[in-house]
Design a binder for this molecule. Structure first.
Ligand code: PRP
Ligand code: URA
Length: 209
């Protein structure tokens, strides 16, 4: 079964509190999600392999380390995943970005796929699937399935807030996937929203309602 990592870094937790706060407006919400995404990317890239290179400092030549040419890819789940992409790209600017468009049917809560556009070489890339909310898990499971069906072999899932139900579903359906979150909340309500959560991530990011 995939591992669950909860990022308890104080900066992430502090910013997440503002993100949850219903009085935080769209502009600030967007900025905070961007910042937390960057901090999470810092943690999530901890295991990237390094290679030794030579560098000439103003003083002498020495051996030093650089990330070993790993091919990375980001796959935000539309819409809300878009809000986390720029933050991750600040750390990994060369990553390619694919998109999976899914929305949750409000009645059945089942994901409906409406768009998939991916880098042609996804089977060679280590992908980070990005979505702020892991609620029932339906969207994440569908996105990961869509990626596997198109050849993806290596993926991590990165979310701001997860419900236990969503974590369990991803672990059941895709036991090869590690999940990285900033918080695991209590439960889902009758409408499939995470409690306490942050509300509707897409609406809060884009100012829709
Ligand atoms: C939200 C969120 C996830 C999904 C999570 O998207 O961004 O993709 O719900 O719920 P689940 O785990 O129960 O599938 P939504 O369907 O609201 O679409 P949007 O991002 O376009 O607003
Ligand atoms: N999608 C959201 O945007 N928020 C939730 O709490 C659950 C699903």
């Amino acid at each position: 079964m995939g591992n669950l990592y909860v990022f308890d870094h104080p900066m992430i937790q502090h910013k997440l509190t503002y993100i949850r706060d219903k009085t935080t407006g769209t502009k600030e919400f967007r900025e905070l999600v961007d910042e937390v995404a960057m901090l999470m990317a810092y943690e999530i890239t901890r295991d990237l392999p390094l290679q030794e290179v030579e560098v000439e400092t103003p003083v002498t030549r020495c051996k030093s380390k650089m990330i070993a040419g790993k091919k990375l890819g980001l796959v935000p789940i539309l819409r809300a995943g878009i809000g986390m992409v720029d933050g991750v790209l600040k750390l990994i600017p060369a990553a390619k970005v694919g998109h999976v468009g899914l929305y949750r049917d409000p009645d059945t809560l089942e994901p409906v796929e409406y768009y998939v556009k991916l880098p042609s070489d996804i089977s060679e890339r280590d992908l980070i699937v990005i979505d702020p909310m892991l609620a029932t898990g339906g969207s994440a499971v569908a996105a990961i399935t869509a990626l596997k069906n198109r050849g993806a072999r290596s993926m991590k899932l990165m979310c701001l807030i997860a419900a236990p139900e969503g974590i369990q579903k991803v672990q059941e359906m895709h036991p090869d996937i590690d999940i990285f979150v900033a918080a695991v909340d209590e439960m889902l309500n009758d409408h499939g929203y995470i409690v306490p959560g942050l509300g509707d991530a897409g609406d809060r990011l884009f100012g829709t309602k």
